[in-house]
Ligand binder design. Structure first.
Ligand code: SF4
Length: 575
């Protein structure tokens, strides 16, 4: 077994900084035991959420672990803001070694779980081992119990949620579940929560599937004393009063706009705009929206419960990224067809971006763009690994050769929208992100669309001057994922406000974000990742010099690795 590592010399120097509280609950589903461990030093230095999950994963998962093996560990964590009643805080973080990227990866989900998780009183929960029987793990503030549920093998999200509600009186807001895709180790299986919300990216559902864990429930009445400054009320009021278009259309409001500026991947990335964009636009989604949807405590309420009266189909969304993957990128121009794919992915437990892109890759190989029957059939086959689905369940990086199509992924993760060939800084962000081609890691697109206020906007063409800004964005996002604060708070929670809310200097927070990104990178370096993995399937002007500048700003080596002296091998796994 390879040694784990510990992070050297990184300690928060702001004693009053807000952070998550409570012990780590470590659950071994192999021998069905659990124990609590004091991790207050980690919480005090790393805020919560993604930073805490990353620190624990970095130090406790062996560097050579199999993502689908018993040694992999999944971390669930909330942050200090889940102790507030402020908008934009209905989210939480999950971290593990990804079966899709083969690197350390965090994913973030909204919904209502975060408050119920926090009420168990734990600062973080770790799941390790591998059960010999399909399990539901029940976590309360008093005990952990293990329930064998072999009869739920193959159950879809709604069915498993109904079971837990009927048998245990807990609504879906208390649960994380996996669908058949997770059980079948589809490499982009998601962990679902609150039924339609997903820890989507990176296949963390397959990590739970490999451990034979069908669901985990969280319930309790614990509270910790975490005082968030009164500024939270201003943020909440402003979110409630805002008339932002996202309150009507969610992220789908981006579709036509991205199409206009040629940043909407189309027909498996072969084009940048889609002639059928009107049929899958935010207006079409809004027409199908039948009530308000939100995450816990959030008055911004950007979620999209939708219904098609003609077919009776109900789902949540689709969000813009799903519209891209199962719409333009698959050559589909009817929002109801995208809603169907969205619904089935939620039920089967699959990331809609990766699933849609891999379906688009298959359509490219079959010259069958727009064939909605084939799309629906393929989605089902992927989740059950039946026929061609078995190959596609491996993801684009592993199956593109056999399909005879280009590899549209970075570090194994399929591309989200906001195309980097148009938004060049976002292209660089796709290349550098430790978790691969995901838009929310660096979120650079938000600076390059001509929607941004003039003093912050950057020209979408070229990379000059962008690496330092990208480093800052990645670091700031790592802090938001640790607080835990929704990225859509961007017009309401400025960096200065975040600093006030967490009672820490902005520079201190950015330093924590930098440490998170470095820990991810260091772990992945040990698994063989380096500069050669920070690659795109297209050329960008001055890409190599921008990459070199990015490493320099981060203080990394020119080969894209973190200097080894920043870390110290501990020589043993934690237990
Ligand atoms: S802004 Fe939207 S995604 Fe974010 S917490 Fe609020 S409802 Fe959830």
């Amino acid at each position: 077994m390879a040694a784990t590592g510990i992070v050297l010399g990184f300690h928060c120097t702001t004693p009053g900084m807000k952070h998550a509280k409570g012990p780590l609950l470590s659950i071994d589903v192999g021998d069905r035991t659990s124990e609590t461990q004091d991790v207050s030093d980690v919480l005090e230095s790393y805020v919560g959420g993604r930073a805490v999950g990353t620190k624990l994963a970095h130090d406790r998962i062996p560097f050579d672990a199999d993502p689908l093996g018993a040694e992999n560990r999944l971390y669930l964590a909330t942050g200090p803001l889940q102790h507030s009643t402020m908008s934009f805080t209905g989210r939480m973080s999950a971290t593990a070694l990804s079966p899709l990227t083969d690197g350390l990866l965090s994913s973030n989900a909204g919904g209502f779980l975060s408050r119920n998780f926090t009420a168990t009183g734990y600062g973080a929960v770790e799941v390790t081992g591998e059960s010999d029987e399909l399990l539901i793990v029940h976590v309360t503030d008093e005990e952990v119990t293990f329930e064998e549920v072999p009869e739920l093998a193959g159950a879809e999200t709604t069915d498993i949620c109904s079971y837990i509600e009927t048998e245990h009186g807990l609504e879906n807001e208390h649960t994380v579940t996996i669908g058949p895709a997770g059980e079948n180790l589809v490499r982009f299986a998601s962990i679902m929560t609150s039924r339609e919300r997903a820890f989507g990216r990176g296949g963390l559902g397959a990590v739970l599937g490999a451990k034979n864990v069908k669901a985990i429930t969280f319930d309790g009445d614990s509270t910790h004393d975490v005082e968030i400054p009164p500024l939270q009320m201003d943020v909440h009021r402003e979110a409630a009063q805002s008339d932002h278009i996202m309150k009507r259309q969610g992220t789908s409001s981006m579709t036509e706009f991205a199409n206009t500026v040629e940043a909407l991947p189309t027909r498996y990335f072969s084009e940048l705009s889609f002639e059928g964009a009107t049929g899958i636009s935010g207006d079409r989604v809004e027409e199908k929206k039948y009530k308000k949807g939100t995450c816990s405590a959030c008055a911004f309420a950007c979620k999209l419960p939708t219904r098609d009266e003609e077919t009776g189909l109900e789902t949540e969304g689709p969000e813009y990224e799903t519209v891209m993957a199962f719409g333009s990128n698959s050559g589909v121009d009817d929002i109801v067809d995208v809603m169907k794919s969205n619904k089935r992915c939620d039920e089967l437990g699959m990331d809609t971006i990766s699933a849609g892109d891999v379906v688009a890759a298959y359509l490219a190989s079959e010259d069958a763009f727009g064939d909605v029957e084939l799309i629906q059939e393929t989605v089902e086959k992927i989740a059950s690994r039946e026929g061609i689905g078995d190959l596609l369940a491996e993801g684009v990086d592993r199956c593109h050769g056999e399909l005879g199509v280009e590899n549209w992924s970075v570090k194994g993760l399929e591309f989200s929208a906001h195309d980097g060939r148009t938004l060049n800084g976002q292209g660089l962000a796709f290349a550098t992100a430790n978790r691969g081609a995901d838009h929310m890691y660096g979120e650079f697109y938000s600076l390059e669309y001509p929607l941004v206020e003039e003093d912050q906007a950057m020209d979408k063409e070229g990379l000059e001057g962008k690496p330092p800004k990208l480093v800052e964005k990645e670091n700031l996002n790592a802090v938001k994922d640790s607080a835990v604060l929704c990225k859509f708070s961007r017009d309401f929670v400025s960096p200065e406000r975040l600093s006030t809310l967490l009672d820490a200097e902005y520079e201190q927070l950015i330093e924590i974000g930098d440490e998170v990104v470095a820990m991810e990178r260091h772990f992945n370096n040990r698994r063989g990742f380096d500069r050669s993995d920070d690659r795109l399937p297209y050329e960008l002007p001055d890409f190599e010099s921008a990459l070199a500048e990015y490493y320099e700003v981060r203080g990394w080596n020119p080969d894209g690795t973190v200097p080894e002296e920043r870390f110290e091998p501990s020589g043993a796994t934690a237990d």
